[in-house]
Design a protein around this ligand. Structure first.
Ligand code: ATP
Ligand code: MG
Length: 246
């Protein structure tokens, strides 16, 4: 029975040109806001266990691309296949918690747990996620009393609490000092290596992620995407900076 089902599944997916081992497959994707072209015939795959970053200037369509993957926006053309339901998403941050926000770090992380679970199991999962983000010591602190970097790590713990197979992050290190941002990048790198989580992350902090990421997808102003190794990408931006200063 299982064999029949699997063959059928493979047949359907092969017909659509979708790669079975990819967690994300994007084929001929285009998107417009009204008459404004944002994504223009974008193609890429993200394989299981990969750590892929999306780079591109402000307004190039990075957040839009993530929202399409999460089905929050409908593509104008093209296909998308996501091969898991267990997805965590951390949206691009707009505001900080009010200092009087009535919840502790542990309570915020607990919001990420869906369904009924025993108190003991719930506590275990919350503590595991907080320690993955090196925030266990802050579990009973009011969220509004934590620094920006600490709040962001709590939000990351909330995203991780369901052991997601695919983690989609929109600029998780923006507005955070270099020390905290470096720490977050290392923690994400560990998660990718040790838990085999697949990561897709929009970031401008390429130097910090250089040793953790497998690939960089660069969104260009013409709405096309190009894949690069982190090293090549870093060399390119360093050369551009150097040229600007001379
Ligand atoms: N809801 C919307 N309606 C119309 N245009 C939009 C909407 N959201 C975004 N845009 C436009 O689409 C383009 C892509 O926006 P998007 O937010 O995806 O860029 P981004 O690469 O994430 O930028 P940033 O680095 O600033 O976060 C921008 O030009 C933006 O002004
Ligand atoms: Mg954005």
């Amino acid at each position: 029975m299982l064999f029949v089902f699997l063959s059928f599944y493979l047949f359907i997916n092969t017909k659509k040109g979708v790669d079975f081992i990819s967690v994300i497959s994007v084929t001929n994707l285009s998107f417009q806001y009204g008459s404004k072209n944002v994504l223009n015939d974008v193609n890429f795959c993200v394989d299981t266990g990969e750590f892929v970053c999306i780079a591109g200037v402000n307004g190039s369509g990075k957040s839009t691309l993530l929202k399409i993957l999460l089905k929050l926006l409908k593509p104008s053309a093209g296909q998308i296949a996501i091969n898991t339901d267990n997805i965590a998403y951390l949206a691009q941050r707009a505001t900080m918690f009010n200092p009087n926000f009535p919840a502790t770090a542990a309570e915020i992380v607990g919001l990420g747990i869906l369904g009924k679970e025993s108190y003991k199991l719930r506590k275990q999962r919350i503590n595991k996620a907080l320690s993955q983000m090196d925030m266990l010591n802050f579990r009973n602190k009011p969220i509004g009393n934590l620094s920006g970097g600490q709040q962001q790590r709590v939000l990351l713990a909330k995203a991780l609490v369901r052991n997601p197979q695919l983690i989609i992050l929109d600029e998780p290190t923006v507005g955070i000092d270099t020390t905290a941002a470096t720490q977050i990048c290392c923690l994400l790198g560990d998660l990718n290596k040790n838990e085999n989580a697949t990561l897709l992350m929009v970031t401008h902090d390429i130097p910090l992620i250089l040793h953790h990421a497998d690939r960089i997808l660069q969104l260009n102003p013409d709405g096309k995407i190009s894949a690069k190794s982190p090293k090549d990408f870093y060399q390119e931006i360093s050369q551009q900076k150097h040229a600007k200063h001379h």
